[in-house]
Design a protein around this ligand. Structure first.
Ligand code: ADP
Length: 382
């Protein structure tokens, strides 16, 4: 069975076409700069890679271009579009309503629209993608897979903030957590690799990419995670500050005469590894700079040490929260490509973490999980 996985951002649409019978990726690619000058399609089928300048005014056109590329006689992976049996969409926010992936219905669309208020940059483009697919691939079942749903198992003590309770009731202000698809994927992989059922495992999963988050996964259920109401909370990230005293926000607003939008920009785009180091948001650049001399190296080292320290503190915290830990798993760009980091953390924590606990690197594959969920859901429908 062939499943198309779509991940729509505000100006891009990534896609992967899977044959779920053997988990094979038939083709993948991305339409970039949607609605801007210089839109382009990058499409890949095995070794065959094409890049094309295209005119792409909106997400509807982007999906059309994707379907055309997938069925292209020379570069495509399928003959006709009706070979696609289902479409899985990555949707960032499912609020408290979506605890698992779900078949897209008009009611589900209305809910995703409602949660756009909580994810104004992410939910609207996902909806554009869903609506475009409904028209272009008429009649094909669609499934929404949410970044938040895996963390819906968190207990109230972990997801509530110490604010007046009415704000939770009125506006849904609470910790939701993100990267759920990735945390769930690597937790399931860890169970497979360790040959132990998830229900017997206490795992700490560390998704370290440009955005970074950790989760405490007890018996296959997320019981805590570092990202919060938005992805800004928690670890130090590429350009996001992570945790800080909320009083800093209004102090800075006053001192620098910043609007809410401007302070949000500072915290989301100018902070983290980039803000502290002044070098880059990219771990490779930070490491290179830290190996040098002078003020630049000093700041890069601060960024690096803060990054590591927060992860280590959180491993201790989640170990305590679960009353044990069997494995600590590292994934995403930084987690998968920096063995020195895992070595450093395991050495620093050798007296904290039980000696039998394993440190593992497991490549994430959110698209595959979306394809699998889509398959499992539409299989039940047909
Ligand atoms: P995103 O969250 O945007 O998907 P990624 O998961 O690709 O980001 O992670 C980006 C981070 O991964 C960057 O900090 C980058 O330095 C790091 N990274 C990616 N590839 C490598 C590599 N080969 N070696 C070291 N670091 C890497």
């Amino acid at each position: 069975m062939i499943i198309l996985v779509i991940n729509c951002g505000s100006s891009s649409a990534k896609y992967q076409l899977f044959d779920v019978s053997d988990h094979r990726v038939l083709a993948r690619g991305v339409v970039e700069r949607i609605g801007q000058a210089g839109s382009q399609l990058k499409h890949q089928r095995g070794e065959d890679v094409i890049r094309r300048k295209i005119l792409c005014s909106d997400h509807y056109v982007a999906i059309n271009i994707i379907v055309t590329a997938l069925t292209d006689r020379r570069h495509g992976a399928i003959k006709t579009r009706d070979q696609i049996s289902g479409i899985g969409h990555r949707v960032v926010h499912g609020g408290e309503e979506f605890k698992t992936s779900t078949l897209v219905t008009p009611r589900v669309i209305r809910s995703i629209e409602k949660y756009s208020e909580l994810a104004p940059l992410h939910n609207p483009p996902a909806l554009l993608g869903i609506r475009a697919c409904a028209k272009i691939l008429k009649g094909v079942s669609q499934v929404a897979v949410f970044d938040t749903s895996f963390h819906q198992t968190m207990p109230a003590k972990a997801f509530l903030y110490g604010l007046p309770f009415k704000y939770y009731k009125l506006y849904g202000i609470r910790k939701y957590g993100f990267h759920g698809t990735s945390h769930r994927f690597v937790a399931e992989e860890a169970s497979r690799l360790l040959k132990r059922p998830l229900r017997d495992l206490k795992l700490i999963t560390c998704h370290l990419g440009n955005g970074c988050s950790m989760a405490a996964v007890d018996s296959g259920r997320s019981v805590d995670t570092t990202m919060g109401f938005t992805p800004l909370e928690g670890l130090l990230m590429g350009t996001r500050s992570g945790d800080l005293d909320p009083a800093v926000v209004f102090y800075m607003m006053e001192k620098e005469n910043l609007s809410a939008e401007q302070i949000s920009d500072v915290l989301n785009k100018q902070s983290g590894l980039l803000g502290v180091s002044g070098v880059s948001n990219d771990m490779r650049d930070i490491r290179a700079a830290a190996a040098g001399k002078g003020e630049r190296a000093k700041r890069a080292k601060h960024a690096l040490e803060m990054f590591i320290y927060r992860i280590e503190k959180c491993i201790g915290a989640y170990h305590a929260a679960m009353g044990g830990v069997d494995a600590i798993i590292f994934t995403a760009g930084i987690g998968e490509n920096n063995p020195w980091l895992i070595k450093r953390i395991s050495q620093d924590l050798r007296k904290v973490v039980p000696p039998r606990a394993k440190f593992m690197v497991i490549p994430t594959n959110e698209e595959l999980l979306i394809a699998r969920d889509t398959y499992n859901i539409i299989k039940g429908v047909k």
